[in-house]
Design a protein around this ligand. Structure first.
Ligand SMILES: Cc1ncc(C[n+]2csc(CCOP(=O)(O)OP(=O)(O)O)c2C)c(N)n1
Length: 1061
């Protein structure tokens, strides 16, 4: 090692500090030393002229090899190292190798130097060339099965086999400059873009040498170059002639697979990939594998053909042009099953979905076929969904590995990529609940379209969750069905990145582009992708470069917009045919066997079709992606229609209150300000009261104690945006040492997860929704930083949360906490947009429901979601607990307070939380006005924080006997029964709806018709609130206060509405 360092020191000018750094061991020196005694070279040396930062590694490689065996390196290197070790001065060790003897005749070496320089330069050039292929080879790979980027359309050949079109022709031959997998299709000028034919290599090389980048010329082709350790093309050989180096690099990087990985900043991972693609002969398939692949291609192809034959006028978003997707997915699943995965959760768009359901998930074919029957009667309530959006869950034996595997395809809306975070959340939950901390047992696969993958921002948001501790699923395999078109839009109009997959580079995911018309290449990259995930637990992308044989759907005419592309597609021989011919030609199967395979599958389809005619009823619940075994009765009904009391014993409240006020670990120093907060909590517990944060603590802590996992996620939720929560304590003296008291509630409690999320709403809310899908026995909450930020997650709300049960019969108990309130903070942080949630509620404003004993629970059961605005901590506590104690699950939207978090009146007594107490859908007037209700002149209905402004104003105006105030805490489903009771109680009062929001916003449009229905339209419902406006709030504090004053004036002005009579 010392010898090496000495030599290295001579090859590079080292500063003192650098010299010190080189002292540590780096690589074991070879055992046998063949040269003379070591000379320490202490004096600073001049750099040799050809040496620079990059070449020194190469020279070191040479040196190691030389140490092992002087004959393994070129003679010139042998001489050089001998000279160097013999003490040649700087510059003098580089000599012509021929006819020279070793030192001491050093003086005679001068003069032969140019040859050695050339030799070193050539070696460096070869090393650079190898690296250039590793970095840019994919630009020249033959990825497009149509070859249309390389074809003159006026004279397009019919492709009968795999393309043999050189990547370098790309720019020259594509008349349109469109439809290339790689929009950045310029040929890298520093790599030799040629075929495996030596002549072509020579031609190209000659061309290059004219203006040559690396300075190699034709005469170098036969020269043998030592290979650096950063390549595996040599196999067992350590040196190869240049022409063979080029040929092998072309084979590895410029055929039907294009590998993008050199941006990964991890040497081990780069080496792993190099080995997988460079090692000679690595892509060998056994006969068995080839036959399995052919059988899978048969199924994939014939399934679409069968559907086309039977239902030619139906949309099905067929897979034609990318039939290899099916064997691709099956390979990923086989490989993953082999490495221990038991559960694969998938998400995918429309394209090929039925095929995946049939041939990957193995949904019964008759269940798929009967979906095409328009006369099928729906057995489930709700809207249902089209067949290519439904989900599926299936547990079966994987035939290749003979192990159990569960496959689930998550139901999705039309909104492309929206299901990505949902799949990840569900995957994380399944991992969490089975204790799979490293993702060895549960994994996700996401399938994408090329246009959507590049265009939709949610893809990026989802990638950014991939390595966060509370969100990682430990690697996802992404498969892109890159048919080089999005509906009618060409890639050059659809994205600005060279590849549709470039978004994956942000997380250092390797990207394997593959020509989907080469099924073996597809299978190979899928194997590598699955292995990558199993080895490194990181994301990986397989880009299946293919085409779309039909229009966007089977009814569309693609020739309107892509005439030349489709002329070419019409000439394209189907991939199954090409592959079958290849296997027949090489003797892997006989034509008869191939035809029998086809006949066998066709028969399966025909028989299933016959059976499908017996299906008379469509059960959407047969398409559930996440069954909840044991939660419902066998026919899917709730086990009861009641909700137990959500109250807690005094002892429990005290105990949780103490946990919330303490630091349950030893030697843990918290911030002084936090000590005061905890002391304040302890004092509240002593006084049997809770504020908002403590009420939340009681709810979460008690559920945890009862074995319910609680997960709270969102931006800065650990402390709380408003610094009120403090669920994670930070040691002030030890970096990253934290304590989560909520996990110290009881020894056998369920775990509490509280996690600050990435700055994403769409991605994180989708993720939490997916997490909540996995189990009904968990409370999953997402909190927006401010309520209005939920609008960047609108797609998850509109497409999944609001209609999810109606479309896909899957209930979901996710909770959204949306800080809301007009506090004079301007338009951006005031409104959680209650009007939007309320507008999407499914209760009828015009029909007074039939009231029954279980009305409150039934109403909840029938609604699509619950919307509440709690005005005190006890009610918040109850509604959170009710969420779990209900015998079914519904999404819960909570408008949460800001100033009320610290409002001295917004506190609740333990009495309101004891056994027997429950969530109050409406808090009736309980003050002075309630004593003589007949004398009350006005009944104000309101919700949320404005209640406190109203009571203060009422007191100031001394109107407590004349004005009653009732709080509607559960806005939806609307408490018709309680509003009716309150209206009847104050029979002589006029009715006012008061809100602090603008008239076209807030709750007014929702509550007014419902109050009117309740009172049988006997009276008007007056409005006291801000006028209509475009923005949610004013940015001017004075205007804010003025508006508040005005709305309070109208609320308490008993003649304020006279002129509206
Ligand atoms: C968010 C969203 N925007 C628009 C659409 C309408 N749309 C449906 S398919 C499609 C093209 C998708 O192209 P690509 O992702 O390449 O998939 P392909 O259909 O080619 O398989 C579009 C624009 C949609 N479904 N979702």
């Amino acid at each position: 090692m010392l010898r090496l360092r000495t030599c290295a020191a001579r090859l590079r000018p080292l500063g003192a500090s650098q010299a010190a750094r080189t002292a540590g061991p780096r690589r074991p020196a070879a055992g046998a030393m063949t040269s003379g005694p070591v000379r320490c070279y202490a004096a600073p040396v001049a750099s040799e002229p050809f040496l620079n930062g990059t070449s020194s590694n190469y020279v070191e490689e040479m040196y190691f090899a030389w140490l092992e065996n002087p004959k393994s390196v070129h003679k010139s290197w042998d001489v050089f190292f001998r000279n160097a070790n013999a003490g040649a001065p700087p510059g003098a060790a580089y000599q012509s190798p021929l006819g020279l003897s070793v030192a001491p005749q050093l003086s005679s070496l001068v003069g032969a130097r140019p040859n050695v320089e050339k030799l070193v330069e050539d070696h460096l050039a070869v090393q650079s060339l190898i690296r250039a292929y590793q970095v840019m080879g994919h630009h020249n790979a033959h990825l497009d099965p149509l070859g249309i980027s390389c074809v003159n359309f006026d004279d397009a050949p019919v492709n009968s086999g795999f393309q043999d079109i050189r990547g370098h022709q790309v720019a020259q031959l594509d008349p349109l400059g469109i439809m290339d997998a790689d929009l950045d299709s310029c040929v890298p000028t520093d790599i030799i873009t040629s075929s495996d034919k030596l002549d072509a290599v020579k031609d190209r090389l000659t061309l290059l040498t004219v203006g040559g980048f690396y300075g190699l010329d034709e005469s170098d082709l036969e020269k043998v170059f030592r290979l650096p350790t950063t390549t595996f093309i040599g196999g067992s050989e350590s040196a190869l002639p240049l022409k063979e180096i080029i040929r092998r690099l072309e084979m590895a990087y410029c055929q039907h697979i294009g590998v993008e990985f050199m941006f990964i900043n991890d040497l081990e991972q780069c080496q792993w990939i190099r080995q997988k693609f460079e090692t000679p002969g690595v892509m060998q398939f056994s006969l068995e594998e080839k036959r399995t692949l052919l059988a899978r291609m048969v199924r994939s192809t014939r399934f679409e053909e069968f559907l086309q034959k039977k239902w030619s006028a139906e949309k099905r978003f067929g897979l034609e042009g990318c039939e290899s997707l099916i064997p691709a997915l099956k390979t990923i699943i086989d490989m993953s099953s082999g490495s221990g995965v038991e559960y694969v959760i998938m998400g995918m768009p429309h394209r090929g979905r039925l095929n995946v359901l049939a041939n990957v998930i193995r949904k019964e074919l008759e269940q798929i076929f009967c979906q095409f029957d328009s006369k099928l009667e729906a057995a489930d309530e709700g809207s249902g969904d089209v067949k290519y959006h439904l989900g599926m869950y299936h547990r079966r034996i994987n035939r290749v590995t003979d192990r159990n595997i569960t496959l689930s395809l998550v139901a999705n809306p039309s909104h492309l990529e929206a299901a990505d975070p949902v799949v990840q959340g569900k995957t994380k939950a399944e991992q969490f609940y089975c204790g799979d901390d490293d993702g060895n047992r549960v994994m996700s696969i996401l399938i994408h379209g090329d246009a959507a993958f590049a265009g939709q921002g949610i893809v990026y948001e989802t990638f950014h969750l991939s390595d966060l501790p509370s969100y990682t699923t430990h690697g996802t395999v992404h498969v892109v069905v890159n048919n080089q078109i999005g509906f009618t839009t060409d890639p050059r109009m659809a994205r600005s990145s060279p590849y549709p997959t470039d978004v994956a580079r942000v997380v250092n995911a390797p990207i394997f582009h593959v020509n989907a018309d080469d099924p073996e290449a597809v299978i190979y990259v899928c194997k590598v992708a699955a292995e990558w995930r199993a080895t490194f637990h990181k994301d990986v992308v397989v880009d299946l470069v293919c085409y779309r044989r039909m229009g966007h759907n089977e009814m569309d005419e693609p020739m309107f917009t892509q005439p030349l592309m489709y002329k070419q597609i019409k000439k394209q021989k189907p991939v199954l045919l090409k592959y079958a011919e290849k296997l027949i030609a090489d003797g892997s199967v006989t034509r008869q066997e191939y035809e029998e395979e086809i006949a066998k599958y066709d028969k399966i389809c025909e028989e299933a079709h016959a059976r499908s005619k017996d299906e008379k009823i469509l059960h959407i619940k047969h398409w559930l992606d996440s069954p909840w075994p044991g939660f419902f009765t066998l026919d899917g009904q709730p086990k009861s229609m009641s909700c137990p009391s959500t109250g807690l014993t005094e002892e429990n409240l005290n105990h949780i209150g103490q946990v919330a006020s303490s630091v349950p670990v030893e030697d843990f120093t918290i911030h002084g300000g936090l000590s005061r907060i905890l002391k304040g909590r302890a004092a509240m517990v002593g006084q049997r009261t809770v504020d908002w944060a403590l009420g939340e603590y009681m709810a979460f802590g008690s559920l945890l104690k009862e074995g319910i996992h609680v997960r709270l996620s969102g931006q800065d939720v650990e402390r709380g945006t408003f610094s009120h929560r403090h669920h994670v304590l930070h040691d002030q003296n030890v970096d990253k040492r934290i304590c989560i008291p909520m996990n110290h509630v009881a020894p056998d409690q369920a775990p509490y997860t509280v996690c600050n999320s990435s700055l994403s709403e769409y991605g994180v809310l989708g993720f939490e929704l997916g997490f909540a899908m996995a189990s009904p026995n968990a409370l999953i909450l997402w909190e927006a930083q401010f309520g209005d930020f939920h609008n960047t997650a609108q797609c998850i709300i509109d497409q999944f949360i609001c209609p999810g049960q109606a479309k896909w019969v899957r209930q979901n108990g996710i909770v959204l906490l949306l800080p809301h309130g007009m506090e004079g903070m301007g338009p951006e942080h005031s409104s959680a947009r209650p009007e939007r949630f309320l507008q999407m509620c499914n209760d009828d404003p015009d029909i007074m429901p039939t009231l029954s004993d279980d009305f409150a629970v039934r109403q909840l059961y029938d609604c699509n979601w619950i919307v509440v605005n709690c005005s005190n901590p006890a009610n918040y506590f109850h509604v959170i607990r009710r969420q779990i104690l209900l015998p079914f699950r519904k999404p819960l939207i909570v408008f949460t307070p800001k100033s009320l978090l610290r409002h001295p009146e917004a506190r609740s007594s333990f009495d309101e939380m004891l056994p027997g107490s429950e969530f109050k859908r409406l808090i009736p007037e309980e003050g002075v006005a309630a004593q003589r209700p007949e004398e009350v002149k006005r009944l104000i209905f309101c919700t949320g924080k404005v209640y406190y402004e109203l009571t203060k104003e009422r007191k100031n105006r001394d109107m407590e006997a004349t004005v009653a105030i009732a709080r509607i805490e559960q806005l939806s489903p609307f408490p018709f029964d309680q509003v009716e009771a309150e209206s009847k109680r104050f029979a002589n009062a006029d009715l006012v709806w008061c809100q602090e929001e603008h008239k076209n916003q807030g709750y007014y449009d929702y509550v007014k018709p419902r109050i009117r229905t309740t009172i049988q339209r006997a009276k008007p419902v007056w409005y006291a609130g801000r006028g209509p406006a475009a923005a949610p709030a004013t940015g001017n504090k004075n205007t804010h206060l003025l508006e508040l004053r005005r709305l309070l004036d109208s609320a308490f002005g008993l003649d304020a509405f006279q002129d509206q009579q």
